[in-house]
Design a binder for this molecule. Structure first.
Ligand code: BG6
Length: 469
């Protein structure tokens, strides 16, 4: 008899969202993501212009709909749910001495609601959510003072929620500081300024802040676990030309650098060359290195959406999924040009395991594309089912390969605003939300075909992924 394939017992099944992409800004201060005008990827505005639409400020109003939304996640059988706390809901400017009781109460209500259904929260402390005030008045993460503001925020939320929140993540996709320094690093860069200097200095402050917040969490509740979060959509060489092979390797290392520091508690030697070549001179204090060495993460979480190829001199840009170059002829792409590569996820799980030997959480993976609503209101998103199925099968294979994978949180289980393009029409959800790119719609939630598919995957602990239908 052949053994039935399924996932390990206790596997964390769920989904992931970020406060700024789903809640709306009611009751909180502005954060960096609120400065994205709607539509295609564009530069972030310095101030919000009257009459212009900023989708993150309204999002899909989870602020008022959270009970309904959590009930839908529970119906799918989620035993975990990754969400972020909006820092500017707890400290609207970021530099206040005392937290907002109203803000704290909001997440109390959310965590209590999740507890009712046995859903374990996985909380990202800062998912592209640096309070805008800190950027405007202090220079954001380029300023060392931001470390203390952040720790004040961490203290408030750790003390309040540690009994219900056992998994904490530091900065979402911290490596994106190098590509999207405003949202990921909360910094602005002046014209003519040495970009690399500003980005690595901000990163240094974020590393120190992470290490100090790990120490703080452990002093408050040693039963909690702390993870880093790095975008790990991967990069292959486009050819076997050694220049491309080494270029792709360096491209991946540029991401893994951010894991390396948080897992090993020190800067790897190779970064010295990058700093030298880019005239980077970090301002550090001796105690930074002590605190970093003493406080490293318990597990690694990462996002994976796609793979890209590297060909020397051919990079055309990067977006929230990573580096962009010519299409890989072996792979299909979504309507947004993201290459669909389940094997890439298995590759990444294995590579990260080999490098760092830590438990992994697949904190984001999903298919963002246009959905068509049928006249009867139903949505047949078979393409999303296929994406999910093949990626989860790859996760299963990675587990068989020996990777220790704690869980999988599908990105955007309900439609939310896209981080990269501030669009609603780039949808990831199993639950459709009636809101369009201009902010019109009833906000009604309805289930897509993929809803029942994922529900069944969870109910069978993955076994249904291998059944013929
Ligand atoms: C990740 C981010 O980069 O990718 C999310 O952590 C984001 O915030 C997700 O939404 C998908 O990217 P996008 O641009 O399609 O929303």
């Amino acid at each position: 008899m052949t053994e039935k394939k399924c996932f390990p017992e206790g596997f964390l099944w769920g989904g992931a969202v970020a406060a700024n992409q789903c809640e709306g800004a009611e009751g909180r201060g502005l954060c960096v993501s609120d400065m994205a005008p709607h539509g295609v990827r564009g530069p972030y505005d310095e101030v919000q212009e009257p009459g212009k639409y900023y989708p993150h400020t309204v999002a899909v109003d989870c602020y008022h709909h959270y009970k309904e939304d959590i009930a839908l996640m529970a119906e799918m059988g989620f035993n975990c749910f990754r969400l972020s706390i909006a820092w500017s809901r707890i400290f609207p400017h970021g530099d206040e001495a005392q937290p907002s009781e109203e803000g704290l109460q909001f997440y109390d209500d959310i965590f209590n609601e999740m507890q009712k259904y046995g859903i374990q929260p996985i909380v990202t402390l800062s998912h592209y959510e640096t309070p805008l005030y800190l950027v405007d008045h202090y220079g954001g993460w380029r300023n060392r003072k931001t470390i203390d503001f952040y720790l004040n925020y961490c203290k408030a939320v750790f003390e309040r929620y540690h009994d219900r929140v056992k998994y904490w993540l530091s900065f979402n996709e911290m490596n994106n500081v190098l590509d999207f320094y405003f949202v990921a690093g909360g910094i602005r860069i002046d014209e003519g300024e040495n970009k690399a200097q500003a980005m690595y200095q901000a990163s240094h402050h974020m590393f120190v802040a992470t290490a100090r917040s790990i120490a703080l969490l452990r002093s408050i509740d040693p039963s909690c676990k702390y993870g880093c979060m790095v975008n790990s959509s991967t990069l292959y060489p486009a050819t076997c030309n050694p220049v491309d092979v080494f270029g792709a390797y360096r491209g991946r290392r540029r991401k893994y650098f951010f894991m390396d520091v948080q897992v090993n508690g020190r800067y790897p030697r190779y970064i010295q060359r990058t700093w030298r070549e880019n005239d980077v001179h970090l301002e550090t204090r001796p105690e930074d290195f002590e605190v970093m060495a003493a406080n490293t993460v318990d597990f690694i979480s990462f996002s994976y959406y796609r793979s890209n190829t590297y060909e020397d001199g051919k990079q055309t840009g990067s977006d929230t999924g990573g580096f962009i170059s010519d299409p890989n002829p072996y792979l299909e792409r979504t309507a947004f040009g993201w290459q669909i590569d389940p094997m890439g996820l298995r590759y990444v799980c294995n590579e990260i395991t080999d490098l760092f030997h830590k438990p992994l959480l697949i904190a984001e993976n999903g298919m963002g594309t246009y959905d068509e609503v049928n006249p009867d209101g139903s949505i047949d998103d078979d393409y999303r089912i296929d994406y999910l199925k093949r990626h989860l099968q790859a996760v299963y294979e990675a587990i068989q390969d020996g990777c220790e994978i704690m869980g999988y949180t599908y990105w955007g289980p309900l439609d939310i605003v896209s981080a990269g393009t501030a669009q609603m029409s780039k949808r990831y959800g199993f639950v459709y939300v009636d809101r369009d790119d201009e902010g019109h719609g009833t906000l009604k939630r309805s289930k897509k075909k993929s809803f029942d598919y994922y529900k069944n995957v969870i109910a069978t602990n993955g076994a249904s992924l291998f059944e013929e239908v």
